[in-house]
Design a protein around this ligand. Structure first.
Ligand code: ZN
Length: 410
């Protein structure tokens, strides 16, 4: 294929992807002022509903600005041969392909981080602050930023170096070794996420003795779920938004509650949320998700291995010396329409699993307690109760509040 033609395909993919995204957010925004469905009319007071509308609109305008800015910069970077420039710069420091790739991605990452930081700063300290969600200090924001940068440099850089090394050693079959390696790494992270990564950002402490702990243990015993670890995490140091999640598996599985969740909900409601999380585990959702994502990773890596040796991937970005890292960028963009589709598919499965976990909570515990907790959580995060269908279909990993309430009421 002609490199020039491939370049135009890349630009077309970037622009079409952007346009589709804008059309969907526009459709979604047109429903910001819809009347709340009667099943949800007890979620917001009139005052809170106005507040939620203002919040949605502000976030919408903000995301338009942010994505527009990033789209313009991305296009300029492609048109003015930015990748070739960064590649030449990286090659002036080393002839080792792994080092060159690390410098290359390091520059791209730090550059895009510098450009996106003003936006995340504005989002946290202006928008979230205005609606009373933000609890983070500027100092914490900066420390978080540095820790995440360090973490992604160490983990991302390490993985990249290993993959390129596999490629150098084994050529076309590198994808098999990479796949195995990513599989082992994913299992490792799933098991040790709570004990290695979370403590870098949050404090976790075992749930203290009392009514809540008794109620949770009573439920887990009744439903046949062997539960040893319930932790409380200090989410309140960053935001008032509440959450609960499940992590690890086997003996390392644990349930983590945000301290904000404990503040916002009563005992029955918290147990209902946990019953939902336990439902995910009992229905093997954690395992199925992991297998599916490994399958997708395997297919992607295999397809990548078919193209990686082709110098056109690098020439399309005006880079003379073909390399793994430039090939990766071009392939990433060419593959993005497919990954959009697999993403939609994964969201469909995820929404199905959410219904199943809700059903588990309803059958094993109490549907109405789950409904009232979901409503409170939606109210406290000022969520959009009237999203557009297309937006839900593409972006939502959970059914809408209305769909969940309807499912729990039948
Ligand atoms: Zn869930």
């Amino acid at each position: 294929m002609n490199p020039q033609f491939l370049f135009y395909i890349i630009i077309a993919i970037l622009m079409i992807d952007f346009a589709i995204d804008k059309v969907i957010s526009h459709l979604n925004a047109k429903h910001f002022d819809d009347k709340i469905p009667k099943e949800l009319d007890d979620v917001y007071s009139e005052k809170d509903y106005f507040k939620s509308q203002a919040y949605k609109k502000e976030n919408y305008r903000f995301s338009l600005l942010k994505s527009g800015f990033s789209m313009v910069l991305t296009l300029l970077f492609f048109i003015f041969k930015g990748f070739a420039w960064v590649d030449n710069f990286s090659r002036s420091y080393s002839t080792n392909e792994i080092i060159v790739a690390l410098i290359f991605f390091g520059i791209i990452m730090i550059g895009s981080d510098i450009l996106s930081t003003p936006f995340s700063y504005y989002h946290t300290f202006i928008i979230e602050e205005k609606y009373g969600f933000n609890k983070s200090s500027k100092r914490l924001f900066l420390i978080d930023k540095l820790k995440s940068l360090f973490l992604s440099a160490a983990i991302g850089g390490g993985i990249l170096a290993i993959i390129i090394w596999f490629y150098q050693m084994t050529g076309d079959t590198f994808w098999i070794y990479t796949w195995l390696f990513i599989g082992v790494f994913t299992i490792f992270v799933t098991m040790f996420y709570s004990s290695l990564i979370v403590p870098l950002f949050n404090k976790q402490s075992p749930l203290e003795e009392g009514e809540l702990k008794d109620a949770i243990f009573e439920f887990s015993k009744k439903s046949g779920f062997k539960l040893d670890n319930i932790y409380v995490i200090d989410g309140s140091k960053r935001s008032t938004k509440a959450n609960a999640y499940f992590s690890g598996f086997g003996a390392r599985k644990r349930i983590v509650l945000y301290d904000t969740l404990i503040n916002d909900l009563d005992t029955e409601e918290i147990v209902a949320v946990l019953a939902h999380e336990i439902g995910h585990y009992m229905k093997k959702h954690v395992l199925i998700n992991m297998i599916l994502s490994l399958l997708v990773t395997g297919i992607t890596l295999y397809l990548f291995s078919l193209f990686i040796d082709n110098a056109v991937l690098s020439q399309a970005l005006s880079v003379d010396i073909p390399s793994f890292h430039i090939g990766l960028i071009t392939f990433g963009i060419l593959y993005s329409p497919i990954s959009e589709i697999t993403g939609i598919f994964m969201n469909m499965i995820s929404r199905k699993f959410e219904y199943q976990a809700d059903d588990f909570a309803k059958n094993q515990f109490d549907g109405s307690a789950l409904i009232s907790s979901l409503k409170k959580l939606s109210k406290n995060s000022l969520s959009n109760l009237t999203p557009h269908k297309a937006n839900v279909f593409i972006h939502y990993s959970h059914p809408t509040l209305l769909q969940r309430v309807k499912n729990l009421t039948v």
